[in-house]
Design a protein. Sequence first.
Length: 481
Amino acid sequence: MHEKCGVVGIALRDREVARPLYYSLYALQHRGQEAAGIATHDGFQQYDHTDTGLVGDAFDEADIDDLTGTRGVGHVRYPTSGGVGTCCAQPFSVSFKSGSLAVSHNGNLVNTEALRDTLAEDGHTFTTDADTEVITHELARNLLSAAPIQAIAETMEQIHGSYSLTVLHDETVYGIRDPKGNRPLVLGELDDGYVLASESAAVETLDGEVIRDVAPGEVIRLATDGTEYTSHQLATAESAAHCFFEYVYFARPDSVIDGRRVYEVRRDLGARLWEQSGIDTDVVMPVPDSGRAFAAGYAGAAQDEGADVEFAEGLMKNRYVGRTFIMPTQEQRERAVRLKLNPIKHTVAGRSVTIVDDSIVRGTTSHQLVDIVRDAGAEAVHIRIGAPPIAAPCYLGIDMPTREELIAADMSVDEIEDAIGADSLAYLTAADIARVLDFDSTELCLGCVSGAYPYDIEGEKSDRETLYPPVGVEDPPAEGD
Ligand code: AMP
């Protein structure tokens, strides 16, 4: 099960924690709209509330009032194609011999089945097929025989894959980031406590200050009385594997992840796109909202070079249409794009247009947009994409379709250009991404681009053996080399 989610954990000195948790879940709503949940502890017992839907729908005043205590964890869950329901809502809670546990997870384990089998042999029973339940049971088992930090270290040795976790064990909150730092997790300070959250925007929403990112393999323990935190570096990996797609699409533009400002990254990627494949047109316009920062960077770089190009909003988004991505049939997805995006005719009629977006996945959005903008009278339609072609699935927490559905899985850029009907199409390369992010390409997870993954995944290639650095990631040698 692919879990692209948001997590939070807060410990306060002497203020009830439910409301700050609720607000921070609002700040993380873009990371998951299927379900939301909070677990708190008041020193005596744990309280839980989870429900389906948006944060605003999942809780009412009475639910928040019932969540008593000054520390707790929360979760927003991303929609996956099947299995909508409260069964997999998080935090995932259990009570066991030595206390209570509530676990919020963002990421995806790659050894869930093997671990579940081992735990089942030891008598653990499971109520869902979610990897989070496996993590919770593994941790509970280790807590029976070891002190918490030791039990977490033992759990981290067993669970493989991507995980940013916030855990409430009895009355103590922990934040845990996987040894490759695949998913983000940040530590912040409030006037009267500490917060751990998937993104810095959640800390700022609470009027807090970001202290720093949780390091890959690090565990942060928030003191129960909210007065301090302690750091435990429990695991190291030979290299990080930060998900580049967080920067390109998933995270909020106002967040800072691993020291990189997401909005600036997107602008710089847009500028790079102009450098690499800029084309003179009358107008540059973003796909709202995903392409906005890229288009601003692209148009800005073009204008800096003296190009006579207008930067305009030429597509209007209907905010009340849900994400097209999760529509089950292709026809529904196409209809949804048309409902969602409408061109401003006088911006495009009789003009050559460059449309900038962050990514092409199935190709539905760009195909539809080319048609829509041509129908509105555009003379030429060029597409520029601020990421490399997405050619392989994600096993590590981003909800991506299978290879059969990914347009770049078996088509070249020229073929995709034909398929979507654009006058021209250009992407960035993985090397562009690494350069703009200022990471070595080996520190990034580029599995969905290269088809080679930084974790061992059955039936897939590893980028750590034959493909180190991953194929296609380095710049090609200059001519004459
Ligand atoms: P597609 O129409 O299938 O080519 O998808 C591309 C559009 O979906 C772009 O506008 C992206 O911003 C957006 N997108 C990319 N990845 C995802 C994802 N994992 N979930 C939802 N939307 C996405």
